[in-house]
Design a protein around this ligand. Sequence first.
Ligand SMILES: NC(=O)c1ccc[n+]([C@@H]2O[C@H](COP(=O)([O-])OP(=O)(O)OC[C@H]3O[C@@H](n4cnc5c(N)ncnc54)[C@H](O)[C@@H]3O)[C@@H](O)[C@H]2O)c1
Length: 404
Amino acid sequence: MADDKHDSITQLAQIEERILKTYQVISCQNLFSPENSFLYERCKGRKILIISGPTVSKLYGQKIQAYFNYFFPLQGHVNFLQIKTGEENKNLHTVQEICKAAQDYKIDRQGIFIAIGGGIVLDTVGLAASIYKKSVDYIKINTTLVAQVDVGVGIKAAVNFHESKNEIGTYKFPLLSINDPSFLKTLNDREIRCGLSEMIKMGIILNRQLFEMLEQRFQNIMQHKFDLSKMKQIDCDIISDSITGMAAQLRPNLYETDTKRLVDFGHTLSPQIEMTSVYRYKHGEAVAIDMAISSRIAYLLGKLGLEAFERIIGLLTNIGLPIFDAEICTFDNLWMGVEKTIIRKNGDFNLVIPLDIGHASFIFSISDFDPAILRQAIADMNIISNCKLTLASKYEKRACHLGR
Ligand SMILES: NC(=O)c1ccc[n+]([C@@H]2O[C@H](COP(=O)([O-])OP(=O)(O)OC[C@H]3O[C@@H](n4cnc5c(N)ncnc54)[C@H](O)[C@@H]3O)[C@@H](O)[C@H]2O)c1
């Protein structure tokens, strides 16, 4: 039928899709024990491509292989691929490598990719799974703390592209996202710190109790790395607290149509910091620097009290996370990060700033933000970071005065 006003426009068909999709984030102890058929039950009868990086393959490869040999004795059903890790390999080339291996192993559309690793492996495999044969199922097995509390909860899967972090990607529902806490035992201190950085973020924006638990228990966590045989259940529960908070924030806005996302706290300047350090700073470390600067901005704007600011800086430094880098955190460089954020957010700024521990808000528009505040925050953080706050000097015996 011709439209009255536009004779040349005729609707030939209207296509709609209303599919309710769902996935679960699950904690499963001893996932690869031969007594545990949980994973087998979820992928039996399908061809599988298992993808991991060199460290996970070295530490867990034999155990994982033994599990699949036990449950899938038939040749050819399960295939393994090791990919290179590091941000420099988180790119379309590696995505293609995964697709090529899947093609060589004749993985069909009923096949499953199983990603076992940290955020880099999960993101790269997620993107490959979304384009191989126009989409195959994939299971995330999250082996770092960052992966367990953050990457494994959401549906984003992106790789770096031409000097831009996570520039090419998609939103891909996993079939399942699985945390086995026993993987965390082999993480080095730096990787644990990076995960704690994401958990501190959740504490600052939403959950004062989580923040206070981290303040009280971080030494124990660093020492025992969530090993239940050596820690109290309450220490391990902070992982689930963090995930529950994250899931509640992501659920109504999975495709990020609303650019006001509290979980973006620490993620405005951090991509620029990560990239211009040529990935010398890991994701969680760059997030820590961003959280420190954003907190200082909040303090300078009179939105965050001095005590709360000190507690944020105190926790980050006590854990051993960086809070500033004078070489990277120049005004020009960070402002470039601001501009990239505005492009990414379709013109919005929505910088997340804490108002207290457990409570945050936004600077919505760039027109409400005086660049001089960023300049001042940088100058202040330069001084504060040189004071090297220690646990002992956190409050009363502060080595330098953080107020103005
Ligand atoms: N998609 C998302 O929503 C999302 C969210 C946050 C971060 N990310 C991305 O995730 C990446 C960071 O993830 P990450 O911190 O897990 O880093 P990563 O993937 O580089 O892993 C860190 C290191 O730990 C090693 N490792 C993994 N599991 C191990 C284990 N159990 N024992 C010992 N070593 C182990 C890895 O080989 C690697 O060397 C970044 O690229 C970031 O952009 C994505």
